[in-house]
Design a protein around this ligand. Structure first.
Ligand code: GCB
Length: 612
């Protein structure tokens, strides 16, 4: 179990937030063993005093920021540092806690404040933090210097896994030449990808909140748990407000049930005229010691809805839900995987234009701000952990599994209160036919269900049904397939037969509802050919259409959703299968539509009418 909660930092009357985004000093450790920074203790002084630094924007991947190909393809430690002026009151007020938080950094991070290590964290895509109150009080007159070292090296035990291969043939490669190999299809962007901030809480504070929602007839039920840290006996007052700020219900104590009369349920986009309805739960804390009083307040947005799965259906609020959506990446020109509001809002506008009611966070957890938008707009999410490319048998070992369990702990802790999250995905396309896969997925899925009893769990597969060993443990079968693309190239005529057989095999084996969690074809925008040929916009359209025909036949049986691969073109490693990245987007990487976007838009709006 993790120590402590990971509430999204929000300002309130008793909490302040200071963003540390902007330009940081940056230096990649290009020494042969990538270890000069530690040997010379770069964190002990200003990075600029250790050698040449460049300006690096935070948040952003560092890879595409400069003209230097060695930085684009760099593997090893990079160092970030900057100074921060801390408000005097944060230092003088002993009743204030100051926390340093990193929204995410890829892959392994170590953080120092004024040369002292405050935390380290394994894994990109999830936040980590450290309390730094006492440290910054030690030398109150000095500015506070934050140093973050980040290493993107992947091993068989990381998530995602990767291997470093040394090329020892000295007639062909220089001394120490190595490459990183990965079994996943996206660029291994690295750096500080999400906002870095300082925030305060009182010394006694609301550390975590968990809500589970339900309803009976017209009454909504919110079962809540609040954990408080910092000692002292305390009083907790919980107030629920509706969207307009009107009082709805109240309670006190660290756990209880709020009853909501005439409940407004949280509904998906296009399933209801008022999707994404959110209440606000205000948690107010007063703690009294002999000498002082502490007061804290945290407001959690929440939606009241239920999720259930039968053998053939996915139910939201007891109504069948059909996923018509996309797979995405956090990916764009220049910033790589860096958090970027204009891009996020543009993507939501494009999704709503398309008639998307859902997406999968392929292949890693997305920024919390994106999940909050999904909550508000009623976009349903399959929340995927970074378990992508687990294909080497050594990645099914104990070290890998233990880390995978911790990642699920961190993911559920972060995302458990989002109404938009309706299912966890523990992996993408693992080698689920290998003998250790059964134990691995049994353990992983049971663990996830123990963490959260309210949501179904899946992993996404590309295996053949008869070979798969992990399926007995999932609630929904998510299948990817690339008929007439990677196999039977150019032969669109085989799609109806192969796809139907594929579905029938999976359904016969497990009797679970099925989602087509990926399908698609690369299209180079502007390339045309009729009759269609691979890589043209016409071929992408024709392939999607032939999949859709089969989906429509299975829709009233056990087939519950379709997620196109991919929403937009995205960057990958270099290789002969990729022409400057993966081109299966229905939008270009710059978010302009290919012909397929119009085909899908027509279909999704029709599906919204037929299934919504
Ligand atoms: C897949 C993977 C996805 C790839 C896609 C492709 O099966 O899950 O990450 O990008 O195929 O285009 O090859």
């Amino acid at each position: 179990p993790l120590d402590g909660g990971m509430l999204f930092p929000r300002e309130s009357s008793f909490r302040e937030v200071k963003e540390l985004n902007g330009l940081w000093d940056f230096r990649a450790d290009g020494s042969p063993n990538r270890n000069e920074g530690f040997e010379k203790a770069w964190h002990k002084r200003q990075l600029a005093e250790t050698g040449p630094v460049i300006e690096m924007p935070v948040p952003a991947s560092y890879n595409d920021i400069t003209q230097d190909p060695t930085l684009r393809d760099f593997i090893g430690w990079v160092w970030y540092d900057r100074e921060v002026a801390v408000p005097a009151r944060w230092i003088s007020d002993q009743g204030t806690r100051v926390v340093l938080r990193v929204g995410s950094a890829h892959y392994y991070s170590i953080v120092w404040v004024n040369g002292e290590k405050v935390t380290e964290h394994e894994g990109g895509h999830l936040p980590f933090e450290a309390e730094i109150s006492s440290l910054i009080r030690r030398e109150p007159m000095k500015p506070c210097r934050i140093t973050i070292a980040v290493n993107n090296t992947l091993t068989l035990e990381t998530l995602p896994p990767g291997t470093i291969q040394y090329m020892n043939d000295s007639s062909r490669y220089p001394d120490g030449f190595f490459v990183q190999n990965m079994d996943f299809d996206f660029f291994n962007y690295a750096g500080i990808h999400r906002p870095v901030l300082l925030y305060t809480t009182p010394k006694v504070y609301v550390d975590d909140i968990t809500v589970e929602t339900n309803f009976m007839d017209n009454t909504g039920l919110i079962r809540y748990k609040v954990s408080v840290q910092g000692g002292f006996s305390n009083t907790l007052n919980i107030t629920l407000m509706d969207k307009d700020g009107h009082f709805v219900a109240s309670s006190n104590g660290s756990s209880g049930v709020l009853r909501v009369v005439d409940v407004k349920l949280w509904w998906p986009y296009l399933m209801h005229e008022n999707p994404g309805y959110l209440y606000s739960m205000k948690v107010h804390l007063i703690a009294v010691s002999e000498t002082s009083t502490y007061e804290d307040e945290y407001t959690l947005p929440l939606g009241i809805r239920t999720v259930n799965v039968t053998n053939t259906q996915f139910l939201i609020n007891n109504k069948p839900f059909y996923f018509h959506g996309v797979n995405k990446h956090e990916d764009a020109d220049i910033r790589g995987r860096g958090f970027d509001w204009p891009l996020i809002v543009k993507d939501f506008n494009l999704m709503k234009w398309l008639g998307v009611n859902s997406f999968r966070t392929s292949h890693y957890p997305y920024a919390e701000e994106i999940l909050q938008m999904c909550d508000r707009h009623g976009i349903v999410l399959i929340d995927e952990c970074p378990g992508v490319g687990i294909k080497d048998i050594r990645s099914f070992g104990n070290a890998s599994l233990s880390h995978h369990l911790v990642v699920m702990d961190e993911l559920v802790r972060r995302d458990k209160n989002h109404p938009s999250v309706v299912m966890w995905s523990v992996a993408n396309e693992p080698a689920s036919e290998m003998p250790p896969a059964e134990f691995y997925f049994k353990t992983l899925i049971e663990h996830t269900k123990a963490l959260d009893q309210t949501r179904p769990v899946t992993y996404v597969t590309i295996a053949e049904a008869d070979m798969d060993k992990g399926g007995p443990y999932v609630d929904v079968v998510c299948v990817n397939s690339y008929f007439a693309w990677y196999f039977d190239q150019g032969r669109l005529d085989i799609v109806p037969l192969q796809l139907s057989t594929h579905f029938e095999n999976w359904y016969r084996k497990y009797q679970r509802p099925i989602i087509q969690s990926e399908y698609g074809a690369d299209a180079v925008p502007g390339l045309h050919m009729d009759p269609p040929m691979m890589f043209t916009e016409e071929y992408q359209n024709a392939l999607l259409q032939s999949y859709h025909d089969v989906f429509d036949q299975k829709r009233n049986q056990y087939f519950i959703g379709e997620l196109i691969w991919n929403f937009a073109d995205f960057m990958t490693a270099q290789g002969i299968y990729r022409v400057v990245g993966n081109k299966k987007g229905i939008f270009t990487r710059q978010r302009q539509p290919k012909a397929a976007a119009f085909l899908l838009r027509k279909r999704y709006w029709r599906l919204a009418n037929e299934t919504g």
